[in-house]
Design a protein around this ligand. Structure first.
Ligand SMILES: [Zn+2]
Length: 494
């Protein structure tokens, strides 16, 4: 390994290393083996030998999207399996699950007024009907929150509701709902058709599930571009009577898919597990390079790095690439159900979820007392390696709709990297532009550098705080304002 450091930098590194050692000794949180972990050596090797971006680029060019249940999805599973094996992970396995997989067919949207009809570009949301032909008057339902639907009142019945995916002009503090939750609310008010208006400019269309539980919804739902939504609204404001006519044909079939799992067995307490996961699957409008190539291929690279450096922490580190996330957390729900049935869930000390993460600046934590302090302390240690790239920011925000959710709802503490990927990336979320050009290779390298250290330090901490108790979890979810969305989704455990 070439030495890239000047003498001055070496002295600086030496000083920092001593500081790290002192910090670790002061707190005495880790045992002797963990202290042998060379944080600077790990950091250097990760940067010099990184493979995540190359692997993701290859996958984007040669496999394309990774939709669960498609031929491409199966090839992505094989690729992940092969990469874990090529990286010499001691244990590699598949967790098969069966799922009903939806895929898009044709869609045609026309808007009619008394003088004629014109086409509007639209994309079907997932889990929408297999065959539908609906004609209905267009009614503006704003942001689609309960208050918006209240003000629409009876006009929602039998209407084609125009609903924003984002929040526009919402009252201060208003919390957005997931599109599937908005769909559930609108269907509850009797809507016949749902037209979701994208919030990103540039005629960009978005997909994603419209179903809270993965089952097909009875009402057709599609997304339209922000520019088209604006034009429709301007005409409605002028008092024009507009009718939407939407025809769609989709497919749904029972498919089998596999979560791909690898692990490094713990040296001292192999039965205790630090689980790091992220979804490998993605939508089919592009190649899912950021959602979630960023997370899943960073996990593959982290596994490679830990294996190559023969890192052997006290606890088992388990790397899980989930499939079926986009269709409704299918792979993570199946795995958590199995873990709960077998008792394995009690051994999963925490779940670290990488979903669209890059250049992590710190970590968010949803855990009972003790977890925040532990992760804050570890973050300080990580920042000593490169405080310019990793600030050690902390958040206690709890969010839903990614693979950590089934773990969290069973009381498993959840940790996630805090990322800010920029508007150009978030604007392409679930859209036709989520491709490799959006990926900064260094964002992935930084995932491996900083999440890797977190994983190692958690896996080697002498003691870890407990899971949530039922009461503490309930209180935390209510505090985070998640009771309503979880109830709408049928996931509220109480
Ligand atoms: Zn995602």
């Amino acid at each position: 390994m070439p030495n890239l450091f000047t003498t001055r930098q070496s002295i600086g590194l030496l000083w920092l290393r001593t500081a790290v050692a002192l910090l670790i000794c002061q707190h005495d949180p880790v045992d002797a083996t963990a202290q042998a972990f060379d944080a600077f050596g790990f950091d250097r090797a990760v940067q010099q030998e990184a493979m995540g971006y190359q692997w993701l680029r290859w996958s984007s060019e040669h496999i394309g999207h990774r939709l669960t249940g498609s031929a491409q999805g199966a090839r992505a599973e094989d690729l992940a399996d092969s990469l874990f094996r090529a990286s010499a992970l001691p244990v590699v396995s598949r967790f098969p699950f069966a799922a009903q997989a939806w895929s898009r067919g044709t869609i045609q949207l026309t808007v009619n007024d008394p003088t004629g009809a014109w086409h509007v570009q639209a994309v079907a949301l997932a889990n929408t009907p297999l065959e539908a032909l609906v004609e209905a008057p267009i009614v503006d339902a704003g942001n689609g929150l309960p208050a918006d639907l209240d003000s629409v009142g009876d006009r929602a019945k039998g209407a084609a509701l125009l609903v924003n995916l984002g929040l526009i002009g919402a009252p201060e503090g208003a919390r957005n709902l997931h599109r599937s939750e908005k769909a559930a609310l609108a269907m509850g008010r009797g809507a016949a058709l749902l037209l979701f208006v994208n919030h990103v400019e540039g005629h960009i269309l978005l997909t994603g599930t419209a179903s809270i539980d993965g089952a097909l919804i009875p009402v057709p739902a599609a997304s339209i571009a922000t520019e088209d939504g604006k034009a429709l609204r301007e005409r409605l404001v002028r008092g024009e009577q507009l009718t939407a006519r939407l025809a769609m044909g989709n497919q749904s079939r029972r498919v089998s898919a596999n979560n791909i799992i690898a692990e490094i067995p713990g040296a001292r307490v192999p039965e205790e597990v630090i689980l790091i996961g992220g979804h490998l699957d993605c939508w089919d409008l592009a190649t899912g390079a950021t959602d979630n190539g960023l997370g899943s291929f960073s996990i593959l690279d982290l596994a490679r790095a830990m294996s190559a450096m023969e890192v052997r922490p006290e606890r088992t580190v388990r790397f899980v690439l989930f499939m079926g996330e986009e269709q409704g957390l299918l792979g993570s729900r199946a795995l958590v159900d199995e873990y709960a049935r077998s008792g394995e869930l009690a051994h999963v000390k925490c779940m670290i979820n990488l979903d669209m993460s890059g250049h992590p600046q710190g970590f968010g934590i949803a855990g009972p007392q003790g977890w925040g302090d532990l992760v804050a302390r570890i973050s300080k240690e990580i920042a000593l390696v490169d405080s310019a790239a990793f600030a050690g920011t902390m958040s206690e925000e709890v969010w839903l709709h990614s693979d950590h959710q089934p773990f969290l709802l069973r009381g498993v503490p959840v940790i996630y990297p805090l990322s800010d990927l920029g508007k150009h990336v978030y604007g392409c979320y679930h859209s036709s532009c989520d491709d490799i050009h959006l990926v900064d290779p260094q964002a992935m390298v930084d995932n491996v550098r900083f999440v890797g250290q977190l994983v190692y330090r958690l896996a080697s901490s002498q003691a870890l705080p407990p899971h949530f108790t039922e009461e503490s979890l309930r209180a935390r979810l209510i505090d985070a304002g998640l009771e309503q969305p979880l109830r709408i989704g049928g996931d509220w455990p109480w």
